[in-house]
Design a protein around this ligand. Structure first.
Ligand SMILES: Cc1ncc(COP(=O)(O)O)c(C=O)c1O
Length: 442
C-alpha cells in the first residue's frame, strides 16, 4: 500500500513544485535582502505598514494593498492556499522580532514574555472561532490535532468510529492504525458522486450510525473535491445520537468566518500555515468543554498552557515560542480586514473560476457549481490535457502556482485555491492561460 505520508501520483510533490517555480533574479535578491533593510520592501512594492481600514465595499485597489503584505513576487499568481499559504508580513516580522529579542537576551524574563505571547495567541484563536480560550490547544498542525483525538479517546473492542473516505490521512489512516492497536472498528462512509446537498450529506452519515458508534470524524471542506460539508447539521445529528464529532477544518479555518459556538463540534482542528497565513507548524485543536473529561493527553511534559484544556494538552516540552507568539499577528491581520470580508473575497474568486472555466469546452467541474456547497477550492478536469504537464506549463511559462491531481481514477485535474491575497488580475490571467493550453495542448 502507498505510504500516505508521501506525495502520490495524485499531486505534484513539494520538491517538483520548488523546481517548477524556480525563483531567481530580482525575486531571489528580494528574499535575501528584504529583512536587512526595510526600504528594500518598498523598492519591490511590498509594505508591512498597517492596512487602511476595510472599506464598506472593498474594491480591487484594497485587495492589491492586501497583496502588498505578502512577499510572494508580484508576477507570481499563487493559487495554492489549500496546500500551504504565504505568511502575512506582519506575522513574519513579528516572528523575526520575537526570535531576535530572545536570542539577544535569553533571560527568564524574555522567555516569560514569549509565554504571554502564547496566551495572547490562544485568546485571539478563541475569539476568531467564537469559543473560549479554555477550549483551545495550540498544536503543531491539523495532523497533530486529529491524532491527539484518535489517540486520546478511550475506545476499545465493541466501539465504532465513522470516518469519511475523503478525509486526509491524518483523519483516515490514523483511525485505522489506532483501531488495530486498541481494538475498535472503523466504518468508512464513501464519497458521494457530487455534492448531495445538506440533507443528502446528513442522511449519508446518519445511515452509518449504530448503537456502537462513538465518534463521527469528518472534514469541513474536502481537499479532493472542494465540497463544503454541512458541519453544523452533522455535529447536531451526531450529538442527538450521543456520538462525539471531530471536524477537520484544515481547509476552512482562515477562509470561512467560523462560529464553532454555533456549530458545536466536540473537536475541531486547523493549521495556521494554511488559510490563516500564519507561522509554519502551528495549529489548533479545539476541545469543546463538554468533552474535556473524555479525552486524555498524548504528550505529557513541561511548559503547559495557562488555562483550561491547554494545562493538560500543551505540556509538549520546549517549543518555538517566538513563532507561537507570531500567531497573534496573523490573526490580527485577518481580523483587521474582517473574516466575513475575507470569506466573501475568496468565494468570489472561486466563483469566477467556476463560472469562467465552466464555459470552456471539455472542462469537467468536480467542485459543486452551487456556491453554497463550496468555499474557495475549485477542482476541475481540463479536457484531455495531462494535469501534470499543465501544472508544469502554468508554473514555468505563466508563473501560476496550482496543484495537479494526476490519478486518472480519482477526480483528475487541477486544484485552484484562491485566497484574499489574490487579485482579480491573477484570476483572469489564469483562466486565459488555461484556455490557451486547452486550445493548443501542452
Ligand atoms: C483536510 C485536511 N486535513 C489535514 C491536512 C493536514 O494539514 P497539516 O499538514 O497542516 O497537518 C490537510 C492538508 O492539506 C488537509 O487538506
Amino acid at each position: 500500500m502507498a505510504d500516505p505520508n508521501q506525495p502520490t501520483d495524485r499531486s505534484v510533490s513539494r520538491r517538483d513544485f520548488a523546481r517548477l517555480l524556480s525563483i531567481g533574479g530580482a525575486s531571489a535578491l528580494l528574499t535575501d535582502r528584504a529583512f536587512a533593510d526595510g526600504s528594500t520592501l518598498d523598492a519591490f512594492g511590498f509594505t508591512s505598514a498597517p492596512l487602511p481600514p476595510t472599506p464598506q465595499a472593498p474594491d480591487e485597489k484594497f485587495w492589491e494593498s492586501v497583496r502588498a503584505r505578502f512577499l510572494v513576487p508580484k508576477d507570481v499568481g499563487f493559487l495554492n492556499a489549500a496546500n500551504l499559504c504565504p505568511v502575512s508580513l506582519p506575522s513574519l516580522e513579528a516572528h523575526e522580532r520575537n526570535m531576535r529579542r530572545y536570542e539577544a537576551s535569553p533571560s527568564a524574563d524574555a522567555r516569560s514574555e514569549l509565554m504571554k505571547g502564547r496566551e495572547e495567541a490562544r485568546t485571539l484563536l478563541a475569539a476568531a472561532l467564537r469559543v473560549t480560550p479554555e477550549e483551545i490547544v495550540i498544536v503543531r498542525n491539523t495532523t497533530e490535532g486529529n491524532n491527539f483525538v484518535s489517540s486520546g479517546l478511550q475506545l476499545g473492542a465493541g466501539d465504532e468510529v465513522i470516518v469519511w473516505a475523503d478525509n486526509h490521512p491524518s483523519n483516515l489512516a490514523a483511525w485505522s492504525t489506532k483501531a488495530s492497536r486498541f481494538g475498535f472498528t472503523v466504518v468508512t462512509v464513501p464519497v458521494p458522486q457530487g455534492h448531495p446537498g445538506t440533507a443528502g450529506y446528513v442522511d449519508l452519515f446518519a445511515k452509518a450510525i449504530t448503537p456502537r458508534t462513538r465518534v463521527l470524524a469528518i472534514s469541513h471542506i474536502s481537499s479532493n473535491s472542494g465540497d463544503l460539508l454541512p458541519a453544523a447539521e452533522l455535529c447536531a445529528m451526531a450529538r442527538q445520537r450521543g456520538v462525539m464529532s471531530l471536524v477537520d477544518g484544515a481547509q476552512a479555518f482562515g477562509v470561512l468566518d467560523l462560529d464553532l459556538g454555533a456549530m458545536q463540534p466536540d473537536f475541531y482542528t486547523g493549521s495556521m500555515h494554511k488559510w490563516p497565513c500564519g507561522p509554519k507548524e502551528k495549529g489548533l485543536l479545539y476541545v469543546n468543554k463538554a468533552v474535556h473529561e473524555r479525552i486524555h493527553p498524548t504528550i505529557v511534559g513541561l511548559y503547559a498552557g495557562a488555562v483550561g484544556i491547554s494545562r493538560r494538552f500543551e505540556a509538549e516540552g520546549q517549543r518555538d515560542d517566538a513563532s507561537i507568539a507570531a500567531v497573534s499577528e496573523a490573526l490580527k491581520f485577518q481580523g483587521g480586514i474582517g473574516r466575513a470580508e475575507i470569506e466573501k473575497r475568496s468565494r468570489a474568486l472561486a466563483t469566477y473560476f467556476v463560472t469562467e472555466l465552466g464555459k470552456l469546452d471539455g472542462v469537467r467541474m468536480w467542485t459543486s457549481t452551487d456556491a453554497t456547497q463550496r468555499a474557495a477550492i475549485v477542482i476541475f478536469q481540463p479536457g484531455s490535457l495531462d494535469p501534470r504537464r499543465l501544472v508544469t506549463a502554468l508554473a514555468q511559462n505563466d508563473k501560476i502556482v496550482v496543484t495537479g491531481r494526476a490519478n486518472a481514477q480519482d477526480r483528475p485535474g487541477l486544484r485552484l485555491s484562491p485566497h484574499f491575497y489574490n487579485t482579480m488580475a491573477d484570476a483572469e490571467r489564469t483562466v486565459a492561460a488555461i484556455k490557451r493550453y486547452m486550445a493548443s495542448g501542452v
